[in-house]
Design a protein around this ligand. Structure first.
Ligand code: AHM
Ligand code: MG
Length: 330
């Protein structure tokens, strides 16, 4: 890449040119997601100022309280993508069933999954939240996409990314050839390349887990956490925001491990395979890290349902491999 300021569009175009067979459809999708992210970012920044905060009356498909910004972000993602002609269906963490493309728009060969506003319980307290997305090629025939298109293993993802609405807004994505990050310059409304070819350190110093769940952990998880805390060569530090995108982003840059394991009350953990675990696993692998459910590589899990949950252990190679050794002892 030439020196100087590179915005997301230029970067996407230059990447596209490296693949003569590319049709540019992808570029359009990623640009539209970035467009939705700018709108969501602007609204998130205003959250404390306008009367958009507060609980909506509806609950989402998981029975959780849905907040107004979730609904807003969900709508913006759909509106940014439904008319492109590149997508034949979408699935959102906030919607029970797949989202069909209105008849008035042409359909394309991709399906998109997203969590429009992850960590939304943190909105009221001004803590970073994010949007997560993944793109697959459809496998079904016909006009409209169907559930089958979404129940593909994560290793079939053709692109994944997230947007973190933090002290600045960042767009991080992979198309399976490395991970790149862009920071939003609000004065010009452009995402500018700020983190080229992100690599997660082989091992890190950050341990991220909700330790209040300690009494529900299995002995293997307790032993692993104990081991990490007592490694002599490195002093670990505990960091847990409770907002996956923010926890993940920090660990991606600094190295370490994030765990939301299954426990006695929730054997499948809390996070969703399609909307959260798979895109993050795709990104971490492209950055040189690993993601597992404790037994299997996250990207090799064949989803059975749209809203399937999975334990998620993700981060630097050393810590995730060590976790797997502890699991083998069980
Ligand atoms: P959400 O999708 O309803 O916002 O919930 C997912 C969030 C993640 O961002 C975060 O990693 C996790 O829930 C935190 O859960 P807990 O509060 O149980 O530690
Ligand atoms: Mg979520």
């Amino acid at each position: 890449m030439e020196k100087g300021v590179t915005n997301l569009s230029r970067f996407l175009l230059e990447e596209q040119r490296k693949h003569p067979e590319a049709t540019g459809e992808f570029t359009i999708l990623l640009e539209q997601i970035a467009f939705a992210a700018k709108i969501i970012s602007s609204e998130v920044n205003k959250a404390g100022l306008v009367n958009i905060l507060g609980k909506n009356e509806s609950t989402n498909v998981h029975g959780e309280e849905q907040q107004k910004l979730d609904v807003y972000a969900n709508r913006k993602m759909i509106e940014a993508l439904d008319h492109t002609g590149k997508v034949c269906a979408m699935a959102s963490e906030e919607e029970e069933d797949i989202i069909e493309i209105p008849d008035k728009y042409p359909k394309g060969k991709y399906v998109i999954v997203f969590d429009p506003l992850d960590g939304s319980s943190n909105i009221d307290v001004n803590i970073s939240i994010g949007t997560i997305f993944g793109i697959y090629k459809r496998i079904s025939e016909g006009f409209n996409g169907c559930r089958e298109d979404f129940l593909q293993e994560g290793n079939k993802l053709v692109a994944s990314g997230y947007v973190v609405y933090g002290s600045s807004t960042m767009f991080v994505y992979t198309t399976g050839v490395g991970v790149n990050g862009f920071t939003l310059d609000p004065s010009i409304g452009e995402f500018l390349l700020s983190h080229e070819n992100i690599r997660i350190p082989e091992h890190g110093k950050i341990l991220s887990i909700n330790e209040a769940n300690y009494h529900r952990w299995t002995p293997e998880i307790r032993d692993f956490v104990e081991y990490i805390k007592n490694i002599k060569e490195r002093k670990y530090t505990s960091r847990y925001i409770g907002s996956l995108v923010a926890d993940f982003h920090r660990n991606l840059l600094k190295g370490g491990i994030f765990l939301y394991p299954g426990d006695k009350s929730n054997p499948e953990g809390k996070l969703r395979l399609l909307y959260e675990a798979n895109p993050m696993a795709h990104i971490i692998e492209q950055a040189g890290g690993m993601a597992t459910d404790g037994h299997k590589n996250i990207l090799d899990i064949k989803p059975e349902k749209l809203h399937q949950k999975t334990p998620l252990i993700i981060g630097s190679r050393f810590e995730v491999e060590t976790y797997l050794k502890y699991m083998k002892k069980s």
